[in-house]
Ligand binder design. Structure first.
Ligand SMILES: Nc1ncnc2c1ncn2[C@@H]1O[C@H](COP(=O)(O)OP(=O)(O)OP(=O)(O)O)[C@@H](O)[C@H]1O
Length: 303
């Protein structure tokens, strides 16, 4: 990715209403080539609506959107072939065998991945001859991922991709996404409710709350967000456990050290996590939505 390259995904002032009900209220979003962007937000925030608009499955009410250089509402087959989708809902191919299904989908693309190699990549080689309906939930999800990347997409949409994965499968999947992004330059837009996953995978995170981007930045920037404070824990001289939240933990520790005249018993400093920032954003009253709190990048810049 270079700073000057046009974003793979660009939205400006994106609005969406279902009937009279406004869902998106002016979303600005940029995703650059080879970047993994995680879109976070509570249930009903508008993530799926946003992603469906970007995928060309839903007509927006207003605003400008460009995906791989085209307006998704006018995306043709050639445009669609450059995009990979791993959706929440399973397409119904229950009686197909795993390898057959993958080979069938591969035939739609000009330069598909080799199905056998792909099965190996997602850890389904042993299940190659099994009917889709006989796969476990996590194995089906791996097949979803394989189907999403069989056409070597430039842009991959992952909608809660690791739901139902066991920890090892999740780890393998994370390595796969990292490889796609770092080595093949695939751009990834990920929606997830798993903050650990977002922190692990995302170059940048955008938090969508109530149809607006409330905060955006790298995971570290968001975790350091102005609203979230560190927690300092220690044991007082009389043996009682103490804790205090502060924006300046090193100062508090210095004061405690000075007052104690030496080492502080039971000292722990817990830095604010992405979860702290997320919960703060989600529970912030609506009238603060226009403020800059927690938004570690400039307000003018898109997420
Ligand atoms: N076709 C539709 N018609 C009317 N309202 C809809 C439609 N689709 C979604 N909505 C409403 O739009 C809002 C945003 O929904 P959306 O599915 O985009 O949220 P989300 O952030 O993806 O949520 P989740 O985390 O639960 O998947 C919700 O209030 C939902 O009820």
């Amino acid at each position: 990715m270079t700073a000057s390259s046009a974003p793979v995904v660009r939205a400006r002032g994106l609005t969406m209403a279902y009937g009279a009900v406004g869902i998106l209220h002016g979303v600005d979003l940029d995703v650059h080539r080879g970047e993994v962007l995680a879109l976070l937000g509570p249930n009903g925030a508008g993530k799926t609506t946003t992603v469906e608009i970007l995928e060309g499955f839903r007509r927006r009410s207003g605003g400008e959107v460009s995906v791989l250089g085209s307006d998704p509402e006018r995306g043709d087959d050639a445009w669609r072939a450059r995009i990979g989708l791993v959706l929440q809902s399973w397409r119904d191919h229950r009686r197909w065998r795993v390898a057959e299904l993958l080979t069938h989908f591969a035939a739609y693309y000009a330069d598909p991945r080799d199905p056998a190699g792909l099965l190996d990549l997602v850890g389904l080689t042993e299940q190659a001859g099994r009917q889709v309906e006989r796969l476990s939930g996590g194995q089906r999800r791996r097949l979803d991922v394989a189907l999403g990347i069989v056409g070597r997409p430039e842009l991959l949409f992952l909608d809660e991709p690791t739901t139902g994965f066991d920890p090892e499968a999740r780890h393998e999947f994370h390595l796969l996404v990292e490889r796609l992004a770092r080595e093949e330059g695939v751009t990834v837009l990920l929606t997830t409710h798993d903050l650990v996953e977002a922190e692990r995978l995302a170059d940048r995170i955008a938090m969508l709350v109530g149809g607006r981007i409330r905060a955006h930045g790298t995971p570290a920037e968001l975790a350091r967000g102005a609203a979230a404070r560190a927690e300092v824990r220690w044991t007082a001289a009389d043996g009682t456990p103490r804790r205090e939240r502060t924006a300046d933990p090193s100062r508090l520790v210095w004061e405690l050290h000075r007052d104690a005249g030496g080492p502080i018993a039971g000292l722990e400093v817990r830095r604010p996590t992405l979860e702290d920032t997320y919960l703060h954003m989600v529970h912030r009253p609506d009238d603060a939505a226009a403020g800059t709190e927690g938004n570690t990048n400039s307000e003018e810049r898109a997420a």
